[in-house]
Write a new protein. Structure first.
Length: 297
């Protein structure tokens, strides 16, 4: 299986009750989560950027993937994340990012393309339309920071995404949390927004709900069905990157098995385990920790 990931690599300055820590962030979590699922013959391609000054933060993970579309730049984005016990985190960027040079040739070599809008500037609508025109497979789209505008101080604040119908028309599987979902439409209730998004041609809509688990809405013949999975019960110490873990694990397993329920259960398991991690290196243990938890059942 060949997978292409698109998203910014970011340096996270995380501020929480224990102080400030500097960690690899952004698409790092998507990459390391795909690696936890992959078999020996699989290949993972990353369209992202990295800089020399922060390369060591990502090196151990990025050395395990294909680097054909990984570019070196002068400086990658840095973001300050103020993480509270409850509610959405506050995000402040040190600089805005640029769209990537996304590949346009031989796209059908990929079994799936996952776009994670880490910065919100990872890919433009014209680039997405070009991908859709030239690619026959599944496109997974995590709304992420695309849901947040930017003020003069580079604070990222939730706002409605204009003309999201154009984006939705190019997407097969959409992921958003409950706050992000509200930025996709003028409508205010979840059911109405879900219905509108399906009218644009999306096949699946995934709503992640933090401690409440996740829900997948999907087309089956002419009807829309729903399946929900409660969150894994853990002693959570971390809220950063868990949605990225969920998306990567869900997409890999759905491509592999075409089974919504199995993919959802696997994604919920791995995302739940990620809430127990306090260090970036811990994510390299995802597969082993998941297997341990499964064996105890």
């Amino acid at each position: 299986m060949n997978i292409l990931i698109v998203g910014h690599s970011v340096v996270d300055n995380i501020i929480d009750k224990d102080g400030t820590s500097v960690k690899p962030g952004g698409i790092f979590y998507t990459v390391v989560s795909f690696l936890s699922q992959m078999q020996s013959m699989d290949k993972l391609y990353l369209c992202s950027s990295i800089d020399k000054g922060n390369e060591n933060l990502f090196k151990e993970v990025y050395d395990r993937i294909e680097k054909d579309f990984l570019a070196y730049v002068e400086s990658i984005p840095k973001v300050e994340l103020l993480v509270d016990i409850v509610g959405e985190r506050k995000e402040t960027y040190s600089q805005t990012a640029q769209n990537f040079l996304v590949p346009s040739d031989d796209l059908n070599q990929f079994d799936g393309i996952l776009i994670n809008m880490i910065s919100g500037y990872d890919i433009s609508i014209d680039q997405l339309k070009n991908l859709r025109t030239n690619y026959d497979g599944l496109i997974y789209f995590d709304v992420h920071t695309f849901s947040r505008g930017v003020d003069k101080n580079l604070n990222r604040i939730f706002r409605k995404i204009e003309d999201f119908n154009e984006w939705a028309g190019c997407i097969d599987i959409l992921q958003a949390n409950e706050s992000e979902l509200l930025t996709l439409s003028d409508r205010k209730d979840e059911a109405s927004i879900i219905g509108e998004l399906f009218s644009f041609g999306i096949r699946q809509i995934i709503i992640t709900r933090a401690e409440e688990g996740a829900t997948v809405f999907f087309r089956e013949n002419s009807s829309i069905k729903k399946v929900h999975e409660d969150a894994l019960q853990t002693n959570a110490v971390n809220k950063v990157g868990c949605g990225d873990v969920f998306g990567a694990v869900y997409f890999y397993n759905y491509i592999k098995n075409k089974n919504v329920i199995l993919a959802l259960r696997q994604a919920n398991l791995f995302a739940g385990i990620a809430t127990t991690y306090s260090e970036a290196k811990d994510y390299l243990n995802l597969k082993n920790d998941a297997n341990k938890r499964i064996s105890k059942k």
